[in-house]
Design a protein around this ligand. Structure first.
Ligand code: CU
Length: 151
């Protein structure tokens, strides 16, 4: 039986390392029961500096999952918001959680569900990335990076 030459062991180890670091690609979220994709945020707007973030949560489990809360190092306050038409006005309200159905997805997008940020220590500008920490009821938290771009 032939043993592997050291180089191929090295290449194999390297490919494992690359696979692992790829899985930790923050913009794609952690692989597993819940995936977060397409995360982005709008630039903050003066004079009341605030912002909003949007993404899609995919639930790969057999049970409904609740998104209970979120935070970022870039804002003092993060809230879950829902926006809807009230007559001819758009109205925004805070909600305690979002539900991601079993084998379903939750879409956060402008004019609907979103994360809302207040008390920003510095403006959020086009092209930078903002860290988001998402907490779920029955699963480990997920960290993603949201790219800031215009609405
Ligand atoms: Cu809002």
């Amino acid at each position: 039986m032939r043993s592997l030459p050291p180089l191929s062991i090295f290449v194999f180890a390297l490919s494992l390392l690359i696979a692992c670091s790829h899985e930790q690609d923050a913009t794609a979220g952690s692989p597993g029961a819940v995936d977060v994709t397409a995360a982005w945020a709008r630039p903050s707007l003066p004079p009341h500096e605030n912002s909003a973030a949007f993404f899609v949560v995919h639930n790969r489990t057999d049970h409904a999952v609740q998104l209970l809360g979120a935070s970022t190092s870039r804002a003092g306050v993060t809230e879950l918001h829902h926006m809807e038409m009230d007559g001819d006005r758009m109205r925004m309200r805070r909600v305690p959680s979002f539900t991601i159905p079993a084998h379903g997805e939750l879409v956060l997008e402008p004019g609907s569900n979103h994360l809302m940020f207040f008390e920003l220590p510095a403006p959020w500008v086009d092209g930078e990335k903002v860290d988001l920490h998402l907490e779920f009821d029955s699963l480990p938290a997920v960290d993603v990076l949201a790219e800031v771009r215009p609405l």
